[in-house]
Design a protein around this ligand. Structure first.
Ligand code: AMP
Length: 114
């Protein structure tokens, strides 16, 4: 999608600090980190949100989830605990409508989130 921020990052038209990449997924640091580790994992193909990604039913959701876990391993946050979050819909705080998993770790994470 030509007007999608994360499609532009996938296309390398907008810079991002990329930390991991697979054939169909890309992981890059959040520009406004909420934890010492805050990485976004996106499918390279455009899907608006987690519901659309689930509906795609082509193994892509699996690849994104595995990439998110691999990011946590590489960031060294698995032992201390980490969180994978898909904000889904504006009411849940989604602001960029290209589905992305937030991988958060490196500090104590409270529950429930706000
Ligand atoms: P959400 O509110 O769940 O849609 O998350 C969107 C996230 O994208 C926020 O945490 C933003 O800080 C992050 N973000 C926005 N623009 C960029 C960018 N250019 N590079 C990296 N992260 C970004």
């Amino acid at each position: 999608m030509s007007d999608c921020l994360f499609c532009k990052i996938v296309a390398k038209e907008i810079p991002a600090e990329i930390v991991y990449e697979t054939g169909r997924a890309l992981a890059f640091r959040d520009v406004n980190p909420q934890a010492p580790t805050h990485v976004l994992v996106v499918p390279k193909a455009h899907h608006a949100d987690a519901a659309a990604l689930a509906r795609a039913d082509d193994g892509l959701a699996d690849e994104v989830l595995k990439a998110a876990h691999e990011v946590a391993v590489r960031e060294g946050v698995t032992e201390g605990g980490y969180r994978i979050v898909f904000n889904t819909g504006a009411g849940a705080g989604q602001t960029v409508f290209h589905v992305h998993a937030h991988v958060l770790g490196g500090r104590a994470l409270t529950w429930p989130p706000g």
